[in-house]
Design a protein around this ligand. Structure first.
Ligand code: UD1
Ligand code: CA
Length: 452
């Protein structure tokens, strides 16, 4: 089948310089949602009709299986589909989707395709309480569709109809060129309406059939930021319900945002206001505290993540303890039972089994062995202003508080680093390392007093 996605409209009501179809829902452009749904149906041709902001649209959603055509002037939905015709395979049906209708389920589209199977013309319609603004489905006494009439062109009795046109259609492709060529723009909006093709199909003896989605939200479009926000909530509610059904405990299904894919093992619990971005995988028995942000990461089984922890591009082993207020940046790998505590930042570094950095520390570009205790205020000085260097700390090292490790530097196994040491030379196994310092105390010292 061919799939055509209409995405040429300006979207003025978004009041934004970004083309409407590129506004994000769940972290992905609206048009990307439609393309991803389209792909599930395995089309042989996938064509996006771009117009407003066309160059930007092409750039953002470019892919090998997507072709673009430009609709230079937006003369109506019929005209838009006409632009795609040269790229379509006439021997298979064509499904028309909309770049600003992001939440249609692939099953629903398949239902429409099945209904139109064998050369019928299929329209996805839906019954709504308030049909205002939509095209109405007009049926005869037998219940057959006779036409679709736009709100602005409808008679008072047609305005009463509550079955509306979602805009999504499945059509035979071979006749489509002739049908589109014959439609006129002598209507209230002076546009070439795709909806007028219904009457052409009937004239050609092609049966017009309809199918309905399970839920109305599947067919809702985005015209302004209010509708965008509403659809975001619909989508997040759906994601939250799927997680609940899969056995995940959510403190509040209305306070989780998933902007990508979140896979959870058994007995995972997630407190309020967490955001998951990109691809996140969480093992069994993991608990995530409130206000955490997790992006493109894998969290091992039995891990506890306390409040306000940020995790990006990281992998943790099992039974790890993170936060509160920990930050794992890309390239972090934590071994089983590692602890990364409050105000500790780890970047591009490995912490071995059972190693702990519990307070106020920066570990960047480092390989830390197993059972290493990293005292409060430890800093890897990984950057000389031009280049980055690695710090290596082998197993069973004790790093005293307020230590600076000036990379490149290697601390061999079993070393004890005294508190307040600047380590800038390699240290051999089991040594004690400290900087010579003197402590001076002055007896009878009187501090300054405030002038009155
Ligand atoms: C259209 C339908 C209406 C239906 C409604 C559902 C027609 C004539 N009317 O109305 O029956 O109830 O959708 O939401 O089809 N577009 C282009 N090029 C154009 C015109 C539109 O790419 O020249 C794109 C728009 O960017 C948009 C979509 O097609 O994504 C729908 O166009 P819009 O003008 O919003 O149609 P409606 O008036 O809402
Ligand atoms: Ca319109």
């Amino acid at each position: 089948m061919n799939i055509v996605i209409l995405a040429a409209g300006a979207g003025k009501r978004m009041r934004s310089s970004l083309p409407k179809v590129l506004h994000a829902l769940a972290g992905r452009p609206l048009l990307q949602h439609v393309i991803d749904t389209a792909r599930k149906l395995e089309p042989t041709r996938l064509v996006v009709v771009a117009g407003h902001g066309g160059a930007q649209v092409r750039e953002v959603v470019a892919a090998d299986d997507v072709q673009f055509v430009e609709q230079k002037q937006q003369l109506g939905t019929g005209h838009a589909v006409q632009q795609a015709l040269p790229l379509l395979d006439p021997s298979v049906p064509t499904l028309v989707l909309y770049g600003d209708v992001p939440l249609t389920r692939a099953d629903t589209l398949q239902r429409l395709l099945d209904a139109a199977h064998g050369g019928s013309y299929g329209v996805l319609t839906v019954e709504v309480d308030n049909p205002s603004g939509y095209g109405r489905i007009v049926r005869n006494a037998k219940g057959d569709v006779t036409k679709i009439v736009e709100q602005k062109d409808a008679t008072p009795s047609e305005l009463e109809v509550t079955e509306i046109n979602t805009g999504i259609i499945a059509t035979p492709t071979r006749q489509l060129a002739a049908w589109l060529a014959s439609i006129k723009n002598n209507n209230a909006q002076g546009e070439f309406y795709l909806t007028d093709v219904v009457e052409r199909a009937i004239e050609s003896g092609v049966a017009v059939v309809t199918a309905q989605p399970d839920a109305e939200w599947e067919t809702l479009g985005v015209n302004n930021k209010v509708q965008l926000a509403e659809l975001e909530r619909v989508h997040q509610r759906n994601v939250a319900h799927a997680l609940l059904e899969a056995g995940v405990t959510l403190a509040d299904p209305a306070r989780i945002d998933v902007r990508g894919t979140l896979e959870c093992g058994a007995d995972v619990s997630i407190d309020v206001n967490c955001i998951f971005e990109g691809k996140v995988t969480i093992g069994d028995d993991v608990s995530i505290g409130p206000n955490c942000v997790v992006r493109d990461s894998v969290i091992g089984a039995g891990t506890r993540v306390y409040a306000y922890t940020h995790i990006e591009g990281s992998t943790t082993g099992e039974k790890v303890v993170l936060g509160p207020y920990a930050r794992l940046r890309p390239g972090t790998k934590l071994g089983d039972e590692a602890h990364v505590g409050n105000f500790v930042e780890v970047k591009n570094a490995v912490l071995g089994h059972g190693s702990k950095a519990n307070h106020l520390t920066y570990i960047g570009d480092a390989d830390i062995g197993a059972r290493v205790n990293i005292g409060a205020g430890t800093i890897t000085c990984n950057y000389d202003g031009a280049n980055k260097f690695r710090t290596v700390v082998e197993d069973d090292v004790f790093v005293g508080s307020d230590t600076q490790l000036v990379a490149p530097v290697r601390v061999a196994r079993g070393v004890t680093i005294a508190a307040g040491t600047t380590v800038w030379k390699d240290v051999r196994e089991s040594e004690l390392v400290l900087n010579e310092k003197t402590q001076i105390s002055r007896h009878g010292y009187v501090g300054p007093t405030k002038k009155t």
